[in-house]
Design a protein around this ligand. Sequence first.
Ligand SMILES: [Zn+2]
Length: 408
Amino acid sequence: MRMLLNALVIIVIAAYLIETLLDYLNQSTARNPLDPKIANLYDAKERERSIEYSAVKTRFAFYSSSFSAAIMIIALGFGWFAALDRWVRDRFDNQIAISLVFIAVLSVISWLLNLPFQLYSTFGIEARYGFNKVTPKTFVTDTIKGALLTIVLAGGLLTAILWLYQELGSNFWFYAWAVVATFSLLMFMFGTTLILPLFNKLKPLASGELRDEIEKYCQSQGYSLGRLFVMDGSKRSTKANAFFSGLGKSKTIVLFDTLIEKLSTKEIVAVLAHEIGHYKLKHTLSMFIASNIQSFTTFALLGWLLQYEQLSTALGADQASFHLSALTFFILFTPLNLVIGLIANSWSRYCEYQADTYSKNTYLIEPMRSALAKISTDSLANLTPHPAYVAFNYTHPTLLQRINNIER
Ligand SMILES: [Zn+2]
């Protein structure tokens, strides 16, 4: 038992050290000279501001992850998880209720511990650099809506999983995975039209020059446009973005109002062509399948390991429970998660290259290049990240890599 507990503590410390080391490496290349292709994107003052912005964020991440790691180690070392389990057990009889209450209490505690960091990041750092548009009112309503949504959706899913576990024992995992996969399929198809409008206003792109240019491009590609929305991203941040979601008839492209405000018509069409590229090259579909394969593996491993009550007793409990064993399982899973993250990020960066190339081949190279540059510099992106940091954390290649790719 002691050995498993020690392993958990070592995993928490190792993950923390890796994260910190990557941040440190990334800071060490912050002042590297810029490639001539991107050297003129920032003037001296803006470059300095971008370096400072990433330094401030890195320092903040260090405090925040040090705090989380410390709390986790203390909680493991002092048996706080088992203590919470006993506290809940004294008050409830039903196994499903015990697990639900345990997870709910733990979620609220971790939300409260994280709240000061979240507030400082939004109203301190992001505001200082002129990115934040979240008002205290938006923050409060976002929090309330997010909490209600979590209670309904995550609570519902969790109840279903716990019920399956109670009925089927460790064979539950396949059915639990099927429930989660069905739910994620529904979210994948309808999330943008059902969930997103709870937080943002989405309206169809108005007719005009931009709409005409987009329709002209889509016709030339034999792509039926489907739903095209403009979202009020400016409600929360000045940073520009666009994304694609859905499958078949539910396919949807969302452009942030900040993107439309900052880019020229041709640049916006180039970005839209990139998003359509993701669809045409089946990236959205393959990512969705890959994430279901990943959850399948996770559930299978969870089902297998739940037979061992040591997963619960290692935390100091005197009897096994789904929630304690699952907690141990997810900590044990961290190293594997790191590897999966590396693979997933590398695959995602590969898809980004392909979508950029698609946009260049079916539309124009120049507006793609300037759009990429504008989006990066406008958000004060670090133009010289460390390759190791990129490998672990970037879902998109660096600006220089993307420019080199479309020029190839
Ligand atoms: Zn993309």
